[in-house]
Ligand binder design. Structure first.
Ligand SMILES: Cc1cc2nc3c(=O)[nH]c(=O)nc-3n(C[C@H](O)[C@H](O)[C@H](O)COP(=O)(O)OP(=O)(O)OC[C@H]3O[C@@H](n4cnc5c(N)ncnc54)[C@H](O)[C@@H]3O)c2cc1C
Length: 552
């Protein structure tokens, strides 16, 4: 007993010694760079816990730099050698490290790129096209999740993946869920900032529609919750896009009821199986006529038909909040053209349906979600559109022709309607609500790192986007901010212009853009949270004047 006490005391003494010396000990690691040394000193001084440099900081000279940079980065295109790399990656261990990162980056004139799950389509959480040096604040170590099924909420730290959130909810209850993304490796931190749709959107709306509180670090390094940030800022962070208003530390999510058994199916149809006419019908029923418990998206790609010839495949991929019998009744009444049978349907728990939709093999245990890993990585470019009128048959045939020209095209149609149409456009910054039948996501994927290859695929997707113009929303041509697309405009030269940003801002946020600018001007007047598509501040000359219809 005595010797145990002695050894415990010795360990405590060593730990205290280690951390009390950590600043000077660690500085020897970074003596080659006064910049890194200054940043490290500053972070130690401004946080309540000083870790050894090597524990939380990596620079390009460290062996582990590339591994950490690439760890969650989803788009290989944004990791090419020609892309500017960060000066340093800082992985905070505590909330106070995040506060210190803001204070110190400001002091040292550094740009901050905030990364939760690394799924940004244009890589903005780990690369920068701007001139000043930048560091990555990688929140992957802040991933605690607390679930309370009595009061129906969960607090999730930004670095947790949505898969981990779903798993932790299902661990506590088989009849609770949360309506967010289909891909389980998304970071809850960045994902919710843009909307966050998934298989339950027609029943419960988006992730942002089900957030009840948040903790953020603002541009002054303060931690704020819903009450202390006020309703304007709380409104802005729920759909106004990532890294414009502050750093989300954690979201408080309202849990929603799910049945203990849900049903899934995937039914593919190729051109020789009447794919075009069936898809035409889907457009007429998907949003308005189908039960809110039912979500049927369509995944469109180029595949081989029975004769081995190239064809278009439309796969109807679905989750139904109920049992197969009721699903079959609904389908027979409203969408018999798909020919859904009992054999196509599989009943399972909600958490299993998450894994099914995400693409895991059927026998994978849900615990795999705790690894927070993505199932695939590619070089890719994507764009989005919103559709208000069904695309006519000849429009679809033109789309097929263009898809056939590309090596690896992927187009996904996500049905709207239901709860999505009941929430007003201004309730959150996410404006794509009533009147939208479905959202289109266009993707081109490739595996060759050459510039020529990238140019070829960029050209193809831009031509496709032009082709789709008459069939999709106009004035503005709406786009989903979580499917970030720098083709529609970006901030340049270390600043952001309200006029230039209005072009892409109106596409992402419609009339909400003006309110976002107003909130931004108030909470971050120096525009510290700046990136290629961050919300701009108002120019001094416009402050106090009205912007379009919005009284400032
Ligand atoms: C394979 C794949 C599948 C997808 N599936 C869906 C889907 O089903 N539904 C859907 O709605 N979307 C989907 N998306 C889009 C996804 O929602 C966005 O890419 C989202 O921004 C990812 O969040 P993240 O934290 O993983 O990404 P990150 O790259 O880490 O961050 C994205 C943006 O948010 C900022 N940001 C990150 N963390 C924070 C934070 N804590 N505070 C403030 N800003 C922050 C970043 O700086 C960046 O600008 C998918 C994307 C991919 C690549």
């Amino acid at each position: 007993m005595k010797s145990l006490n002695l050894s415990v005391m010795l360990s405590i003494f060593l730990i205290v010694l280690l951390y009390s010396c950590s600043s000077s000990y660690a500085l020897s690691d970074v003596s080659t760079s006064s910049f890194n040394g200054k940043l490290y000193e500053c972070i130690c001084q401004n946080s309540d816990y000083c870790v050894p440099f090597s524990t939380a900081f990596v620079t390009p000279t460290n062996d582990s730099f590339n591994t950490i940079l690439q760890s969650t980065a989803q788009n290989l295109r944004c990791l090419l050698p020609s892309v500017t790399k960060p000066q340093l990656i800082f992985t905070p261990m505590t909330e106070s490290h995040v506060q210190a990162a803001v204070i110190c980056s400001k002091q040292l004139g550094l740009q901050l790129r905030v990364r939760s799950g690394g799924h940004d389509y244009e890589g903005l959480s780990y690369m920068s096209d701007m001139e000043s040096p930048f560091i990555i604040l990688d929140l992957s170590k802040l991933r605690d999740i607390v679930v309370n099924t009595v009061d129906n909420y969960a607090w999730a730290q930004a670095g947790a993946t949505v898969g981990e959130v779903y798993y932790r909810i299902s661990e506590k209850s088989k009849t609770h869920g949360f309506p967010a993304g289909l891909c389980t490796s998304l970071g809850i931190g960045g994902h919710i900032t843009g909307g966050a749709y998934g298989t339950m959107m027609r029943k419960y709306g988006l992730g942002v529609d089900n957030v009840v509180d948040a903790r953020i670090v603002d541009a002054n390094g303060r931690i704020l919750d819903r009450q202390s940030m006020g309703e304007d800022l709380f409104w802005a962070i729920r759909g106004g896009g990532g890294a414009s208003f502050g750093i989300i530390l954690s979201w408080k999510l309202k849990l929603v009821p799910v049945p203990s058994i849900v049903t899934v199916f995937t039914v593919p149809k190729t051109l020789d199986q009447n794919a075009t006419n069936i898809l035409y019908k889907w457009q007429q029923v998907a949003a308005d006529k189908l039960d809110e418990d039912l979500f049927i998206r369509v995944i469109i790609n180029v595949a081989a038909d029975k004769k081995g010839e190239k064809t278009i495949q439309t796969a109807y991929n679905s989750m139904f909040l109920g049992r197969a019998d009721r699903l079959l009744q609904i389908m027979n009444d409203v969408f018999p053209e798909l020919g859904l049978t009992h054999k196509d349907c599989t009943e399972m728990s909600w958490i299993k349906s998450i894994m099914y939709i995400a693409g895991y093999p059927s026998n994978t245990p849900p615990e795999v979600l705790l690894q927070g890993k993505s199932l695939f990585k590619n070089y890719f470019k994507a764009k989005s559109d919103f559709v208000k009128e069904p695309i006519p048959i000849d429009g679809l045939e033109g789309l097929w022709k263009r898809l056939m020209e590309e090596d690896s095209p992927l187009v996904i149609w996500n049905p709207y309607g239901g709860m999505m149409a009941k929430i007003s456009e201004s309730e959150t910054p996410f404006p794509h609500r009533k009147g939208i039948i479905y959202m289109i996501q266009y993707l081109t994927l490739w595996n060759d790192p050459s510039k020529e290859s990238a140019t070829k695929h960029y050209d193809w997707i831009r031509r496709l986007y032009n082709y789709m113009t008459p069939y999709v929303s106009m004035f503005p041509r709406e786009a989903y901010v979580n499917y970030r697309d720098l083709d529609i405009g970006m901030n340049k030269n270390e600043s952001s212009s309200f006029i230039e940003a209005s072009v892409w801002g109106n596409k992402y946020y419609k009339d909400n853009f003006n309110r976002l600018v107003k909130v931004k001007t108030k909470v971050d007047p120096q525009n510290f949270f700046l990136h290629e598509q961050s919300i701009p501040t108002l120019p001094i000359t416009m402050k106090g004047k009205s912007v379009n219809h919005f009284e400032m």
